[in-house]
Design a protein around this ligand. Sequence first.
Ligand code: ACO
Length: 335
Amino acid sequence: MTLRAKLTGTGMCVPDNVVTNHDLAKLMDTSDEWIRQRSGIVERRHVVPPQRPSELAEVAAQRALESAGIDAGDLDLIILATLSAEADFPGTSFFLQDRLGLSETPCFDLRAQCSGFVYSLSVANAFVKSGQYRRVLVVGCEVHSTGLDFSDDGRDVTVLFGDGAGAVIVEANDDPDDAGEILEVRIHAEGSFADKLWVEAPGSGLHPRMTQEILDEKRHYPRMQGRFVFKHATRRMPEVLLQTLSAASLKLEDVDHFLFHQANLRINEYVATQLEIPPEKCPSNIERYGNCSAASIPMLLDENVREGRIEPGDLVAMASFGAGFSWTSAVLRWS
Ligand code: ACO
């Protein structure tokens, strides 16, 4: 019998602290109108000291475990996708493992930026299908706000990002009558564009990793060539979505819900228009949370499952584009 993997639980967590566009306009030369018009974002959440990423990840994970009806002790593996790790090392997944009260469950961080969640899903899917593990916790978790430039210099990037965590449980599905399954996943990368969207420092490629000069030059803040990113995202997301659906012998019309990475509402509207996908099939929450990178797709999934929009039997397609460059798609049957 071929082993299949399916999603059995979802959860999310965002900090209570709401930061509106108007709040940002008090700190830097920007406006609610500019941010809304360019990105669709109205507000985002930021942690307040001493909140840490693993706290958000823990709450999201506990909610996912609860909805799957299992305990942390039932997990065989934890994968945590992030571009904003809690420490240089070890990975955030280790702090999460401890918070979940586990002592020996294997865990690791996966670094594929905004594509990190679907990359992690592909790894979890492969582990389950190989028979090595039966229950995998996959978390996307970001705390961007502690690493953003809140002066005018950083306004192009800072207004886009928010903090949050989303989690899913991936489990083996042995029941032939249960249609729930991760049907296909595709992951891609193009490293020649790594410096089009990146945080250079501190990094071990620098000698030393951090200096006053680096700080003065603000090389520890994200840098992005926005229009270049936009151009590639709107090409790669439709491409990989069609590739993944074709691999699953499915058509765009078969899909009930398209969960796009929430980087920018304009990117997603452009993709949907290109593919003639009706807007009602493309839910979004970027208005409320901004771009939460690896957390954005599992957060969107959790909201749509809990609000009853995603129902058993529905076909869900995900697609992302992010730094690296990296881009992905997954298609799954919810049950
Ligand atoms: N408020 C006001 N003005 C601003 C702001 C701001 N926050 N940021 C930039 N501007 C100014 C610029 O300085 C520029 O001014 P100038 O014309 O005087 O030089 C003007 O607005 C236009 O700037 P552009 O960068 O050309 O604006 P654009 O229309 O391209 O929109 C945006 C910028 C929203 C960033 C867009 O390029 C975009 O969405 N790109 C993709 C971004 C993205 O998805 N990033 C996340 C990827 S996911 C990941 O992996 C992290």
